[in-house]
Design a protein around this ligand. Structure first.
Ligand SMILES: CC(C)(COP(=O)(O)OP(=O)(O)OC[C@H]1O[C@@H](n2cnc3c(N)ncnc32)[C@H](O)[C@@H]1OP(=O)(O)O)[C@@H](O)C(=O)NCCC(=O)NCCS
Length: 267
């Protein structure tokens, strides 16, 4: 086991780090999904991205938020990624703890969605998170997402292994940010096996006129290059600034919702 390195440096990412963030998320899109560079810039400007450094150079990052579904008592981690050759040296642990330590006192729980078929689930488990629910991922990928949650203020080493999902807040449904399908969430009951339990099927696709919202799913669809051409079938307005970075819009392209930079207004 590698010894803890409390001196390992962390800092907030800035716009100058977006190239690194984009590079790393691209390499690990299967695990962390994909956010447009513009969104990464926005989150850096808002101070929501923490960088882990090795020998002074970025080696990983965490992108989180201090509210989820307008709940000021729930924080969410959108992305966490350590570059391959820096893993298992507790950088991920340091990032998660730094994010939690930064949360306002009103936040009582942190959570995230993680695709069930990746090793990172074991990381969240070791960090004291509890699998609390599952949902179906996008139809095209057929994956399952696990909702991991942890009470804030409970050191991971002291988490009661008997803690069960009902004591944690779970969204009743999600609309998957970059995917248009509303997805019901199945709360795990005591004794449910998160690795095998079947999620509810996605609800029938809704009209894109329904306001999409919320989180960036771990397997969020890749955003296309910005385009203002005929492919923009419909522009969907959303209201919550923390859900939609400024200058970004959601558009329906080929039956999917995408997050892209807002095209210039027609003269
Ligand atoms: C998940 C991830 C962020 C973990 O970062 P990390 O810096 O390697 O994690 P840590 O060194 O802090 O690990 C702490 C503990 O978590 C557990 N853990 C971490 N990675 C694990 C893995 N791949 N398999 C099993 N357990 C793991 C271990 O118990 C580990 O302690 P140990 O090394 O003493 O056994 C990193 O593996 C990663 O970036 N993966 C690709 C992207 C990804 O999957 N992100 C999460 C999407 S939800």
């Amino acid at each position: 086991m590698v010894a803890a390195r409390p001196e390992a440096p962390l800092r907030k990412a800035t716009a100058a780090d977006v190239h690194f963030l984009d590079y790393l998320q691209e390499r690990h899109a299967h695990e962390v999904g994909y956010l447009p560079r513009r969104a990464l810039e926005y989150y850096c400007e808002k101070g929501q991205v923490w960088l882990a450094l090795e020998n002074g150079a970025p080696a990983g990052y965490l992108l989180g938020q201090d509210r989820y579904y307008k709940r000021s008592d729930v924080g969410i981690i959108f992305q966490a990624c350590i570059q391959y050759d820096a893993r298992r040296r507790l950088l991920g642990t340091l990032l998660v703890e730094a994010y939690i330590a930064s949360l306002p006192p009103g936040v009582k729980q942190v959570c995230l969605w993680c695709a069930r078929d990746i090793e990172a689930n074991l990381f969240w488990q070791s960090m004291g998170f509890t699998p609390a629910a599952v949902r179906a991922g996008s139809r095209s990928k057929g994956r399952v997402h696990v909702f991991w949650a942890r009470r804030v203020g409970t050191p991971s080493a002291q988490v009661d292994a008997s803690e069960c999902a009902p004591s944690l807040w779970v969204p009743g449904e999600t609309r998957g940010g970059l995917m248009r399908e509303l997805r019901p969430v199945r709360v795990l009951a005591p004794g449910d096996d998160w690795e095998h339990v079947t999620p509810p099927p996605p609800a029938q696709p809704r009209s894109a006129a329904v306001t999409p919202a919320s989180t960036v799913a771990p397997d969020a669809e890749r955003a296309p290059a910005p385009s203002a051409g005929p492919a923009l079938q419909r522009i969907v307005a959303t209201g919550s600034p923390w859900l939609l970075p400024p200058g970004m819009i959601r558009i329906a392209v080929g039956g999917c919702l995408r997050l892209v930079p807002r095209p210039p207004n027609p003269k």
